[in-house]
Every structure is written in C-alpha cells, then in structure tokens.
Design a protein around this ligand. Sequence first.
Ligand SMILES: NC(=O)c1ccc[n+]([C@@H]2O[C@H](COP(=O)([O-])OP(=O)(O)OC[C@H]3O[C@@H](n4cnc5c(N)ncnc54)[C@H](OP(=O)(O)O)[C@@H]3O)[C@@H](O)[C@H]2O)c1
Length: 290
Amino acid sequence: MQAPNNNVLPKFSGRPVSSHKQQNSPLDNKHAARPSETRTIVITGTANGIGLAYLRYYAQNPLNHVIACDKDPTPLENIPNRRAAVSTHTLEVNDEFFLSSLSTFLSGRPVHLLIHCVGVRGLNPQVEREAPSDVTAAEVLEATGKKMLTQTFNVNAVGTFEVIRTLLPSLRAASEQLPGEERARVVVMSSRMGSMSQNTQETTPGGYAYRASKAALNSIVRTFSVDVPDVFFMLIHPGRVNTNLVLCCEEGSISTDDCVWKLIKIMDADGVQNLPSGLFWDINGQQIPW
Ligand SMILES: NC(=O)c1ccc[n+]([C@@H]2O[C@H](COP(=O)([O-])OP(=O)(O)OC[C@H]3O[C@@H](n4cnc5c(N)ncnc54)[C@H](OP(=O)(O)O)[C@@H]3O)[C@@H](O)[C@H]2O)c1
C-alpha cells in the first residue's frame, strides 16, 4: 500500500457537505440528532467577508442548523435560497460575557463543524486611511506599536483559543455521535503570513502584528490537535480575498464565494480525516510549512 502524501490533499469527489434525512426543526431536538440527520455548524465572522460567504453556502442545505456569530449583526437578508435553520449570535471573541452566553446557548448540544473566520489585519489605521492601496506602509516597523500588536494578538490568537475552548464540549459531543472514525471538525482561517519559514527577503517587509498573531494562532490550534484527538483540526490560508480585512481591493484578490468554494474542496477532500490533524494548508491543498 502506498503511504499517504501528507503534503498534498487527496482529490475532492464533490460529495455534499451535509447529509441525508431531513428533520423538521433541528433546534427542537437537542440531543436526539443521529449522525445521518442534521448537522450543526458554527461559523464565526459572519457579518462580512469569508465568514458571510461560508454562511451563504451552508444556509442552502435544509439539513444544516447554522449558528452565525459576529460582534456585528449578521445580515441574513443577504442570504439567498436560505433553507437551513440559521440562528445568529452576538460574539465579541475577547469578551467573557459573550463567550459564556454562547456556551450557555449551546449547553453541550453537538456541534459537528466550527469554522472560525474572525480575524483582523493589524494595520496602523491612520496610515492605512491615508494610503489605502499601500498595505505595506501600514505595517512596516515605523507604523507598528504596542497597542496594534496587542489588539491584533488578542483577536487573532487569544480570541481563537477562547472560541475553540468554549465549543469543545459540543465538538466532543458531536464526535461521539458521528459514525465510524468520523470526528467533529474545526477549520480555522490562518494566513500564509503566519509561516515563519516563508518569512524571507522575498516577502513583503514588516507585518509584525499579523505575522506574529497568526503564528501564535497556528501554534494554539496545533496544540489543540495534540490535546484533543477526538476532534479534527485544520488551519487554512484562504488566499488573497476581496473582503473588509483591508480598505483597498488588493491586486489579484478573488471573490469570497470563489474562495469558499475552493476551501470547501479542501475541507471535504476524500479521506482528509485520515491525514494528521492540526496541519496548515493553502487554498490549493498544499501543506504550508510552519
Ligand atoms: N481576505 C484575505 O485576503 C485573507 C487572507 C488570509 C487570511 N485571511 C483570514 O481570513 C479570516 C476572515 O477574514 P476576512 O477577509 O473575511 O475579513 P473580514 O471581512 O474583515 O471579516 C472578519 C470578520 O470578523 C469580525 N471581527 C473582527 N474582530 C472581531 C472580534 N473581536 N470579535 C468578533 N468578531 C470580530 C469582523 O467584524 P468587523 O468588520 O466589524 O471588524 C468581520 O465581520 C481572518 O482570520 C483573516 O485573517 C483573510
């Protein structure tokens, strides 16, 4: 038998993300959902960008119950063909009150998939406003300060830790009810800029806050993958996407819908759960070195 190549993902066969028989109300049936029935999916960062595109995707399937979280209201009126049950939840990832309210809301109900899209770019806001198309100018050494470093680290790294920790009982509950070797999944939006080995003279200068916070995020998610083997973790770099992360539209950026379609292919590649948990992938299914 050929050993699996852990650096490249297997092909995606295009099977549906969620499965099978329909139930009337996934919300009514707190602990009764069997694996062949509804799936609960928590998505963070759904007010904008990649998180909103994920919500549009999963909201089309009536077998899904989607819990959409953001610190700002999630615009459900922008979700065409909404057939899933969608609940919205206010979540500021650095605020204990909202984390504990999410935990109470879930109260151990199984969550089969967590997609964590909350993130900030860690730019100097004044420099960015003055020259929106020059992202580098807003993150070089001279533009970087302690406040920006701390805020970015808090959202991207500490916030990610808190969100995953809050959802762990629900993720474990889902793993217990899933068939065979299948486990609940956590998919976290990282960035290639968090790769320390790819930070060289050839890449853009600076980026202290974003790079450090995403490297820390990678380390946190990797550590969860070691500590919690009954849940499957993936870190993904979504590519350059046209969102509100920066004020300008960066050259070569793709739409959020195109991005999410590519990400789904990676998340749902055949046999992906047979690969080690806690790896760092790019949008083409290639493994990114730490
Ligand atoms: N876009 C890209 O090219 C790109 C490339 C690589 C990686 N990523 C990563 O992909 C993820 C999604 O980014 P995106 O491009 O979709 O950006 P986005 O459009 O700005 O979406 C991020 C969402 O997270 C929310 N958010 C920010 N801070 C929060 C907090 N403390 N608590 C709760 N919600 C908060 C934002 O709300 P506000 O808008 O109100 O702040 C926004 O709705 C991020 O982790 C980002 O680093 C994006």
